[in-house]
Design a binder for this molecule. Structure first.
Ligand SMILES: NC(=O)c1ccc[n+]([C@@H]2O[C@H](COP(=O)([O-])OP(=O)(O)OC[C@H]3O[C@@H](n4cnc5c(N)ncnc54)[C@H](OP(=O)(O)O)[C@@H]3O)[C@@H](O)[C@H]2O)c1
Length: 242
């Protein structure tokens, strides 16, 4: 896709990967509308010259806020990036789970992208060249034992994305799935080990958008995909320990 001159809605652009993505898209000549949740980060992003919608996407009310703000504004690109890891959900530990928080994570990571796609698809189909970008995770290919709810949401969004691509193959709407590895953001602040810098993750996402690929296997996810293509069991064996 030729990005210059396009209009994009990028959810979760007030921090992390999304914050890098909106800046790099703007540098490519894209008009970016973004969304954030915390008032402070929304204000900082507004001060940086972006159009920002404040909404909590962990329930349908937040999705409705975004769709109302987007009414009458044609977009060429929808990037479903907002997401969260959710709380602990581990039957090996004694701690109780917060199932209400799990439900909010499921809505944010899976339901909200589906609702936004449904709400914006008619407009996207009217554009000469359009794109839906869904940010899943390397964990959508091979799950980690420690975060079953998060992994389920990302595997669910991967599945939805693949069906959506098949449905839209004869239309002007391209469907890209982005599978990041561990990226250095607020989401992974408590984790040690190697992390991909968020600007590099955003650079690889934009390269995939420009090249028209179906999947952006970012950083180490590319290696995971290679292992998975040879032996799904081996790929699962690598990740299940986490
Ligand atoms: N970081 C990783 O290692 C990694 C790996 C694989 C996939 N991913 C995926 O990449 C995407 C971005 O992750 P990130 O690491 O950049 O996360 P992040 O730094 O925590 O940023 C998340 C963004 O989403 C917004 N957000 C969070 N909860 C929200 C809610 N309930 N309603 C509306 N907006 C909400 C945040 O807004 P506020 O700051 O205002 O709350 C922020 O703009 C997510 O979908 C994540 O699952 C990340």
């Amino acid at each position: 896709m030729q990005l210059s001159g396009k209009t994009a809605l990028v959810t979760g652009g007030t921090d992390g990967i999304g914050a890098q993505l909106i800046r790099q898209l703007r540098a490519k000549g894209v008009r970016v509308i973004t969304q954030g949740r915390s008032a402070g980060r929304v204000a900082a992003t507004l001060a940086d010259g972006f159009e920002v919608i404040e909404a909590d996407l962990s329930s349908s009310a937040g999705v409705d806020t975004v769709l109302a703000a987007m009414a009458g504004q044609p977009i060429d690109i929808l990037v479903n990036n907002a997401g969260a890891g959710g709380g602990p959900h581990d039957f090996r530990a004694d701690a109780a789970f917060d199932l209400a928080q799990d439900d909010r994570s499921i809505f944010l990571n899976l339901n909200a992208p589906i609702h936004l796609i449904a709400g914006l698809m008619a407009g996207l189909k009217n554009r000469p060249e359009a794109m839906v970008v869904n940010v899943t995770s390397g964990l959508a290919i091979a799950l980690a034992a420690s975060h079953p709810v998060y992994c389920a949401t990302k595997a669910g969004l991967r599945s939805y994305t693949q069906s959506l691509r098949a449905q839209l193959k004869d239309t002007s709407v391209h469907v890209l799935e982005v599978l990041p590895p561990v990226v250095d953001t607020s989401m992974t602040a408590g984790r040690s080990g190697s992390k991909l810098p968020a600007p590099e993750c955003a650079r690889q996402i934009i390269a995939a958008m420009e090249s028209g690929r179906n999947e952006a296997n970012v950083g180490m996810t590319r290696l995971l995909q290679v292992i998975h293509s040879i032996s799904p069991a081996a790929a699962r064996g690598v990740m299940i320990r986490f």
